[in-house]
Ligand binder design. Structure first.
Ligand code: AMP
Ligand code: MG
Length: 415
């Protein structure tokens, strides 16, 4: 029961056009922000520009263990004997002043004593009671980390749209933050459909296969930090599918399904999405993954992905991942694309974009090389399991020589 009026939705879009369409839909559905403790913020998308409230480091300090002194006192030749007038350790409440010809013992991270502007590392001096002997060859201003060297007060330290990495969480903490304002995580419903599916825990009967998409799709979401709602297995039964879709459309921001979206007798998804809501587009000029559909039901955007395990992963990466990024306002990782040289020639006979499973190798010539794998069937998970990237062959391309530069999409987990 596909929608009877095909003119109502777009069809056979190019991958780029489908992605643009999806990003536009999601930009209008930006998720609200929330405040999250840093401990829980890894991978979340910043919803605020973070302005440094103070210099970082907040004060000039030593980069080494050694002796703080005035650079102008350093000898140009021979050696100079400095008078040791005290010490300052990291965390000390105050530091003794350093006058002409004097030095102060200092540890890494301790504030530079007033008057001092240079540090000589302890391994380079000879200490003789209250005298510190420094030979020629030391540089003025060396081994000092000036205040604000990393961030100046008022700098935009982190921009909205960036994903919080371990280092960025460290930056927030260094600026005195314990919370970050981030985009709310989308509520995602995930369905796998198909009468032939049984859980991997059950023995296979005639015509049955284990449901693998539940695990690969669930993991693709979890890699983005999104825990889907309990994943339901639905039979190819229009009544059950209708109830589940309507319910998920009311509860979720995004509904993702696998299977039942082609034009077979048991492919009910296109008709149901059209009935319950709206189909935005059905069919994208990509191989694998052609039958992918994008629509909406209730408040949710719907991605009905084809059930072939490789198609499911390719359409998730091409369409759903950019959608999730756009919903959260993420700017830096919607669809990472690398360039690589093709390790073997290839020929394509159709006008769809092709996603070839490949391994990327960083070779001695300094270039990245992409080797297409032998097994490219859209049902063959082995190809994706052994690959670390997908080579993107554009719609119009027919022949590519070995050595040609191609787009390679690193598979999640590689970067
Ligand atoms: P469909 O998109 O429903 O026409 O399914 C296409 C192919 O993918 C069929 O061979 C299905 O058996 C297979 N398939 C569908 N769903 C899954 C799943 N969850 N896990 C593994 N294979 C599946
Ligand atoms: Mg099916």
């Amino acid at each position: 029961m596909p929608p009877s009026t095909p003119a109502e939705f777009e069809t056979r879009l190019s991958v780029a056009a489908a992605r643009r369409y999806v990003i536009e839909l999601c930009a209008a559905r930006r998720l609200p922000s929330e405040s999250v403790a840093l401990e829980s913020a890894l991978g979340r998308v910043l919803a605020e520009d973070v302005i440094a409230p103070h210099d970082q480091p907040p004060f000039a300090n030593s980069a080494m263990d050694g002796f703080a002194l005035r650079g102008e006192d350093l000898p140009g030749a021979g050696e100079h004997r400095f008078r040791l007038v005290g010490q300052v350790l990291a965390g000390a409440a105050s530091a003794p002043a350093c006058g002409p010809g004097e030095c102060v013992r200092i540890t890494t991270g301790a504030p530079l004593p007033p008057g001092a502007d240079s540090v000589v590392v302890k391994e380079n001096v000879h200490v003789d009671g209250d005298t510190v002997v420094v030979a020629a060859g030391e540089a003025a201003f060396a081994n000092v980390r000036p205040a604000g060297e990393d961030y100046r007060a008022g700098d935009v330290a982190l921009r909205a749209g960036g994903r919080l990495t371990p280092a960025r969480l460290g930056v927030l903490a260094s600026l005195g933050r314990v919370h970050a304002t981030v985009a709310r995580q989308p509520r995602v419903a995930l369905f796998v459909t198909g009468d032939e599916l049984v859980p991997p825990s059950q023995p296979l009967g005639f015509g049955q296969i284990h449901d693998s998409n539940r695990y690969s799709l669930g993991a693709l979401l979890r890699q983005l930090g999104i825990e889907p709602q309990p994943i339901a297995h639905l039979r190819d039964d229009p009544v059950a599918l209708r109830d589940a879709l309507r319910d998920a459309g009311e509860r979720c921001d995004l509904v993702i399904s696998s299977g039942g979206v082609s034009a077979g007798e048991a492919d009910f998804l296109p008709g149901l999405v059209a009935d319950l809501g709206k189909v935005h587009f059905w069919k994208v000029r990509m191989k694998p993954g052609m039958p992918a559909l994008c629509g909406e039901i209730g408040g949710a955007l719907v991605f009905a992905l084809p059930g072939n395990p490789v198609s499911t992963i390719a359409t998730f990466l091409a369409l759903v991942r950019p959608a999730l990024a756009a919903l959260q306002g993420a700017t830096d990782d919607a669809a990472p694309v690398w360039r690589a040289r093709l390790a073997a020639p290839l020929t394509k006979r159709h006008d769809r974009a092709e996603f070839l499973r490949a391994t990327l190798q960083s070779r001695e010539d300094g270039a990245l090389w992409a080797m297409p794998l032998a097994k490219q069937g859209s049902g063959m998970l082995r190809g994706v399991a052994e690959a670390n990237a997908l080579i993107f062959v554009p719609e119009e391309t027919r022949e590519l020589a070995a050595g040609a530069v191609v787009e390679a999409w690193p598979l999640p987990g590689l970067c």
